[in-house]
Design a protein around this ligand. Sequence first.
Ligand SMILES: Cc1cc2nc3c(=O)[nH]c(=O)nc-3n(C[C@H](O)[C@H](O)[C@H](O)COP(=O)(O)OP(=O)(O)OC[C@H]3O[C@@H](n4cnc5c(N)ncnc54)[C@H](O)[C@@H]3O)c2cc1C
Length: 463
Amino acid sequence: MRVAVLGAGVAGLVCAHRLTQAGHVCDVYERWPGLGGQAATVDVGDGHLLERYYHHLFTSDRHIAALYEELGMGDELQWRPSSMAFFVDGRQWPFTTPMDLLRFGPLSPVARVRMGLAVLLLQKRAKEVGPYEQITARAWIEWAMGRAPWEKIWGPLLRGKFGDRAEDISMAWLWGKLTLRRQLEGEEARQELLGYPAHSWQRLFEALRDAIQAGSGRVLVDRPAARVEGAGPYLVHAAAPGAFRTGHDPRAYAVDGPAERYDAVVATVPNDVFEGVLAPELAARVGEPYLDLLRGTEYHTALCLLLELDRRFSPFYWTNVADPELPFVGLVEHTNLVERERYDGRRFLYVANYLAPGDPLLDLSAQELVAAYEPGLRKVQPAFETGWIRERWLFREPAAQPIVTVGYHERIPPLQTGVPGLLLANTTQIYPEDRGTNYSVRLGEDAARELLASGVQARATAA
Ligand SMILES: Cc1cc2nc3c(=O)[nH]c(=O)nc-3n(C[C@H](O)[C@H](O)[C@H](O)COP(=O)(O)OP(=O)(O)OC[C@H]3O[C@@H](n4cnc5c(N)ncnc54)[C@H](O)[C@@H]3O)c2cc1C
């Protein structure tokens, strides 16, 4: 078969790699002028690569760890102790070890113990997501932990990630966050270990690209799909290089060059982009019920400011901001996880935000955002001044976070669109786990398996 894969993020590259291994030829079309999608890197100078959005792995991320091993790159994954804090009531409270919870001042001693026990019981006993699918995280937290943990901790955290949809977020999502990520045995019971590759995520993407190309496929970056038509064989129309500058809507891209024929198309792009690339006749074949599922998923945009600082901002790698007055939701000091010697002694801090589409912060330049964030940054670190900033980068990801409300699992679009050989595999289908590179590896593999099992025949090259 000749297969077009739309998107060179983790899911697209892994899917194309598996199909290549099965003897098929894949062309991967990618909008961005680089590999890796949401985990893509940027050159921060002197050849040092850093993810545009902060990234780490958990020890439970076995799909991606297995892929590293299989590619002969097991040594890339390095594990380091994490350090985490909550910013609440005007200060950073350490939140790395079980002892930190017992000393956590914003909650009464009784509330601390109750919250700790509730999490522990969930991790030990709640093996199935089913009982948590029809209840909101808020309802469960208030029932299992009491009101104060919701008001002081979980409510602000969920509002940070999901905005005014926080109250509607399914307990299934929180179940995934709390139960799947951490082992309770051994060293990790005391302090979590996080993984970060020795040479950023980029090496993995390059290895996958090389394997796809060794199988006669192509990985075409800065070459988005503008339109897909036909229905086996399919015609994929690509847009000209530079189209990414016009935004994410493929309907705005001018088609460049002749269309290419494929037996199958696997799209790993967000739901709205997928609908946008479908030619009207193909969309009609996909049908309204499936298109309604696509339209039913809401996303929040990640707005991520990456700062190079001339000194350490705080002692923690990860700070959850649970103070609603602050205009950002997290601080991720990368060089408090990965030693700064790797970057010739330079220090990097991500200021994290998730915002509903249309939020005015999304329109600001990096400089304007620094000005908007400065008072908040100073609340966390009173000595901070903008003179500490050596360099800044700003990234926006519109389809960064699907909003997982109660009953979400009933609204997930299946991998098979219903049109033979046309598949969709994107982050909205990762459930009940919170989306992440590990699960996009699994998703890419699932998509390849589904396509191979569907019995689609090679016709594009025969015609
Ligand atoms: C702020 C942030 C922090 C994160 N932190 C972590 C973390 O710590 N650990 C972790 O494991 N995961 C993390 N993630 C999540 C992780 O990056 C994603 O879940 C994963 O990379 C998604 O991979 P994907 O291939 O499914 O989708 P994507 O990476 O979104 O890939 C889709 C690809 O399609 C491309 N595309 C779009 N339109 C077109 C078109 N018309 N034609 C062709 N291509 C197109 C896009 O450019 C993109 O490359 C984070 C994400 C964000 C936003």
